[in-house]
Write a protein that binds this ligand. Structure first.
Ligand SMILES: *Cc1c(COP(=O)(O)O)cnc(C)c1O
Length: 463
């Protein structure tokens, strides 16, 4: 029997969610052109579209908002935030607030990458889409360099998010001085939220130092990654989550962070610069001022900066992390009992169901991951997201591109859903699995925009 780690909190305020009938949902999804982003939130029972900015703030965070200081410069909120950030990440020279993760990338990447200066290559364990976008906006080429184990969804080994350091050395030999930055994404979001070990971060950092390449952490899930290290990496069992976070960040020169994930904010981001003499420090300040706001607020309200200060701390609470990762594991165990395949072992922020395995009769170019997302909505009002060949877009000639996986992602908002909701998710998937052989056709594209099609695409079921 699957085991659920009980919540280390109780509920003080509730947000009603609407139940609908299957008949209503069939009409709603049709009217939405079978695109999950077009469904109105009001028509969703359990919303697993993303874990970004969808967490529930604590009474401490809401309380902190009441003492937010809205002074334009050097507010009290700012100093409370800096104390909290230093406590979590260590003694970095500069923490630049920004409005979200992609803003952090927009501030930092053009300072490290510059085609005219010959810095036109960036390497990562796996670039998150927006990070990849900001690398490409500078004219540079992003190269993913994740370990081979990440590519086998059934292989249960720890730290499938790691950098392939052998390949990294080969890439450095090939591109040399053209490499402007190496980015370590923790946890490795695009590889299914897979963690990265301290040993791998330390080795990557040493390789970067040896070749004088700036090493940057994409830090959205700084705390979940530390939880996996404490649980699975030899020598870390007796360390606290904060001690592990500080060690991990001691190896980096820069970090960018979306605070909408582990810092449990609805909006916010951060850039870190380690060294007071870092060449990019003045550029970070200048880019933040023109694009985000004055240095000490960076596009955020004072009240949100206070909630951020508290959220940074709460994200590192061991009992919270044990419960959070436990939720995903509970769902995974229930799916194991039913023989449903997913990216294993499960990462921190969600579960990626292998829809190609679920629907062996639907070809990839009819988007099995989208078929499962639509069926989950019809079955139980659950909104998930396709991560597969629909997301991949087409190539420059307009040909379909096959993704390595056809996933349906169930992203789990922080501190929002209960065990009963997880049973609704598992029961719905198990019901669909029982009739999965009967699905033979998927979707065709009725209309698509020129780029990032999955947000706006119109789909039509193939009869
Ligand atoms: C969410 C995310 C980002 C982008 O952050 P936003 O706050 O959505 O702009 C960057 N990197 C990773 C790994 C993320 O998960």
């Amino acid at each position: 029997m699957a085991k659920y780690v009980a919540e280390p909190f109780r509920i003080k305020m509730v947000e009603p969610i609407r139940k609908t009938t299957r008949e209503e949902r069939e009409q709603i999804i049709k009217d939405a052109n079978y695109n999950m982003f077009n469904i109105h939130a009001e028509d969703v029972y359990i919303d697993l579209l993303t874990d970004s900015g969808t967490g529930a703030m604590s009474q401490e965070q809401w309380g902190a908002m009441m003492i937010g200081d809205e002074a334009y410069a050097h507010s009290r909120s700012y100093f409370r935030f800096i104390d909290s950030a230093k406590d979590v990440f260590g003694d970095w020279a500069w923490f630049q607030l920004v409005h979200q993760g992609r803003a952090a990338e927009k501030v930092l990447m053009p300072l490290l990458l510059d085609k005219e200066q010959g810095k036109d290559v960036a390497i990562s364990n796996t670039f998150f889409d927006t990070t990849r976008g900001h690398v490409m906006l500078t004219g540079a080429t992003p190269i993913d360099c994740v370990v081979e184990e990440a590519k086998d969804s059934k292989l249960r080994v720890p730290f499938k998010g790691n950098m392939d350091t052998k390949r990294l050395r080969e890439l450095i030999a090939e591109y040399g001085d053209r490499i402007g930055v190496v980015v370590m994404t923790i946890t490795n979001n695009s590889a299914g939220g897979q963690p990265v070990s301290v040993a791998n971060i330390k080795e990557t950092s040493a390789i970067c130092k040896e070749h004088n390449i700036p090493f940057c952490i994409d830090a959205a899930r700084y705390a979940e990654n530390a939880f996996f290290i404490k649980r699975d990496e030899a020598g870390y069992q007796d360390k606290t989550i904060k001690e592990i976070v500080r060690e991990v960040f001691s190896y980096a020169d820069y970090f960018t962070m979306s605070a909408k994930k582990d810092a449990i904010l609805n909006m916010g981001g951060l850039v870190g610069v380690k060294d007071p003499e870092a060449p990019a420090l003045n550029g970070v300040k200048a880019n933040a001022i023109v694009g985000e706001g004055f240095l000490t607020y960076g596009g955020l309200n004072g009240r949100d900066i206070d909630a951020f200060a508290v959220g940074l701390q709460e994200g590192t609470d061991y009992h919270y992390l044990e419960y959070r990762i436990g939720q995903v594991e509970y769902l995974a165990e229930r799916l194991d009992e039913a023989g449903i395949v997913y990216q294993a072992p499960v990462g921190g922020h969600g579960l990626f169901v292998d829809a190609a395995a679920m629907f062996p009769n639907i070809p990839w170019y009819e988007f099995p991951g989208q078929v499962l997302a639509v069926e989950l909505y019809k079955e139980a009002g659950i909104r998930s997201c396709e991560i597969g060949s629909l997301l991949m877009d087409h190539d420059a000639e307009g040909n379909p591109v096959q993704s390595a996986f056809e996933f349906t992602r169930l992203a789990i908002p922080r501190r929002v859903y209960t065990q009963a909701h997880f049973d609704v998710m598992a029961d719905a998937l198990i019901e669909i699995k029982k009739r999965a052989d009967k699905y033979t056709r998927g979707f065709e594209i009725a209309w698509e925009p020129p780029v990032l099609r999955h947000f706006q695409v119109h789909l039509k079921p193939i009869e």
